[in-house]
Ligand binder design. Sequence first.
Ligand SMILES: Cc1ncc(COP(=O)(O)O)c(C=O)c1O
Length: 433
Amino acid sequence: MSTETTNAALFERAQAVIPGGVNSPVRAFRAVGGTPRFIRRAQGAYMVDAEGQRYIDYIGSWGPMILGHGHPAVLDAVQQAATEGFSFGAPTEREVELVEAIIEQVPSVEQLRLVSSGTEAAMSAIRLARGATGRSLLIKFEGCYHGHADALLVKAGSGLATFGHPTSAGVPAEVVQHTMVLEYNNVEQLEEAFALQGADIACVMVEPIAGNMNFVRASVPFMTRLRELCTQHGALLVFDEVMSGFRVALGSAQSLYAELIPGFRPDMSVFGKVIGGGMPLAAFGASRAVMQHLAPLGPVYQAGTLSGNPVATACGLATLREIAKPGFFEALGAKTKRLVDGLVAVGRETGVPLVGDCEGGMFGFFFAEALPQNYKAVMAGGSERFNRFFHAMLDRGVYLAPAMYEAGFVSAAHSDADIAATLEAARAALRAA
Ligand SMILES: Cc1ncc(COP(=O)(O)O)c(C=O)c1O
């Protein structure tokens, strides 16, 4: 057991044996500078670091912890499941129960396959879309993240007719030659891409509410046209709801678009985060007609040793049962809105341009005059101010995402007093910054 108790000492020790000291890059605080906090434990809306400092947690493990940390019903379910066995490599009733619970809320999905991470789910969904359509081309949007599969680590080429470029070393250019990257919320580009290559497009993958460029909604005209073009050209519309799924609404972001666009449904959906309640669990699903292409029924191969893990499914199922209770999302959404409205008001009060948006338990705010509509606009400015604000908030016991292009998350465990304390900290931080 270590006797080191400071974050700095732990970070130094970690850097000797783990690249950059972290097991996922954003945790290293590179965007904002400073020393990452090593978390020792968390309860409810709070995390406590190695030095005993307590923070109001607005990352919630980057989305999963919608009930807060250590919810008693979830803890009970996990403890019970763990005593029954960690992993069997054989089917269980609980997997079926979890899939039924997900499908019940998402009418576009008739069948679902469970996997262990969002990356795996998105990657498998693309393979399935390609296998089901017999086409190769994949369209994605700048600023949307769908995990780190090779074909998805790509940025736009110089024009629509040119190939994209890998954004990571180790990804050969040939691997991304079937991926086209377009601007989010740009209907014209979408039209042009389908006019050029419509017959080759297997699928369009989109974060309906993008949480990997802070918080940017797909506009209704953009989503409407995207749906029409996919249908017209026989391409599958894949909603990546790893972040937005069961987080912005019980029916996920697709239920919100279905309210705004008559008859709207995506063809495929990818889930993660909340459906695992903090355990490694994700899923991809579609109609039976599409899912029948997947092994063992069809020729599209996909598998996993820990897929549908019994402890993870217990955690996910207990979480879904809590969030399906009447009034859960109304209360969570109202609380998140109080936070965002409060931040905007504090910006006004302190003379700092600040705008924000939220849905359910997910939010974003920008040091800007208007809400950005695409990645370029998100990245246009405000990073220095954000970094100062981030550290000023951290010093005051509020843990925001350590990069301005990340969304924030509120849980059911955040109290009115937590929101008020956060706004008070923001007022002081903006005055000082
Ligand atoms: C929208 C979206 N898709 C996919 C992923 C990848 O999920 P994971 O980190 O579980 O591999 C993420 C992760 O943040 C995500 O936000």
